[in-house]
Design a protein around this ligand. Structure first.
Ligand SMILES: C[S@@+](CC[C@H](N)C(=O)[O-])C[C@H]1O[C@@H](n2cnc3c(N)ncnc32)[C@H](O)[C@@H]1O
Length: 281
């Protein structure tokens, strides 16, 4: 298909994607959208953007499925193990010990520590949270309950996450002892051990339309809200605030900021990592 996406068509898809997911495409990423749309149209045999758009707007199960496929195609899933080491230092040296003290009944499995990796992509973030916790809890881990919820809008990313099988060449920040303990090594790949996998519940969730979780002690939502506009970002931040327990911790990407939400979150620098702590109930 040699056609280019004209400005009116771009605006039409941009609005549709925003309404469906909160992802905000601007002129800078118009070409990316055009490439992705063209590929999908060719795959499905559509001759032009308008007929594909009409199909997306049909009230039918197949149109709903196609909307999910389209949103999945438009996501950026870049991630890595222990991304932003300062965050993981703050998590293991300060946040987890504080939680162990605050919730002593976790040592008898009466209550769990609840963590949410929102926009978990292909799983490296929640697996890093799980193994960092296991390292910190040590022998006590077998008497404790830790539940990690990991959600994303991309089913493709989620299926890689659930599989937990990764190329060895993308392990830049992985400490060698962690690799040895919690992964099975194959020739050029590594596989997450089943005892780590079972700590994580992977689920589809769209931050624009899905109900947010509640009762979380820690939320990681890093490098996700950068794809949103101000209104959608505000919606997500307010929902994350409600999702956290009093005093809960919120980690966002290092290029992001909550300076507009000083009434909701306290800003802290812990061991060089920037973290936010919920204010209020
Ligand atoms: C760049 S990745 C970040 C992965 C990980 N949090 C990290 O920092 O390494 C952004 C992820 O956000 C997801 N995402 C984007 N919009 C979303 C939405 N509306 N609801 C849920 N996930 C979304 C994408 O599918 C993608 O996997």
């Amino acid at each position: 298909m040699g056609q280019i996406l004209n400005d009116a068509e771009f605006q039409m898809f941009k609005d549709f994607v925003y309404r469906s997911s909160g992802m905000d495409f601007n002129q800078k990423n118009k070409l990316r959208m055009e490439f992705k749309l063209k590929d999908r149209l060719a795959e499905l045999g559509y001759k032009d953007f308008n007929s594909y758009y009409a199909f997306l707007n049909k009230r039918s199960v197949s149109a709903d499925i196609e909307v999910k496929v389209l949103l999945d195609l438009l996501t950026v899933n870049e991630t890595s193990f222990f991304r932003n080491s300062g965050h993981f230092k703050a998590y293991t040296d300060t946040v987890l010990p504080e939680l162990f003290e605050k919730k002593p009944s976790i040592f008898t499995k009466k209550v769990a520590i609840n963590i949410w990796s929102a926009g978990c992509s292909t799983g490296q973030e929640p697996y890093s949270l799980a193994v960092a916790y296991l390292e910190k809890a040590g022998l006590k881990a077998s008497n404790m309950q830790m539940q990690i919820y990991a959600t994303d809008i991309s089913e493709t990313a989620l299926s890689i996450a659930k599989e937990g099988n990764y190329a060895k060449k993308r392990l830049q920040n992985m400490p060698p002892n962690v690799l040895k303990k919690y992964f099975i090594e194959h020739e050029d790949r590594i596989e997450v051990k089943p005892e780590v996998k079972k700590m994580i519940t992977f689920m589809y969730a769209n931050m624009k339309t899905s109900t947010y979780l509640r009762g979380l002690d820690v939320i990681f939502c890093r490098n996700v809200m950068i794809y949103f506009d101000d209104a959608m970002r505000e919606h997500a931040i307010k929902e994350f605030h409600k999702a956290l327990n009093p005093g809960g911790y919120f980690f966002i990407g290092h290029s992001e900021s909550l300076s507009k939400y000083k009434d909701l979150f306290d800003f802290k620098v812990i061991n060089g990592g920037i973290v936010y702590k919920k204010i209020g109930d």
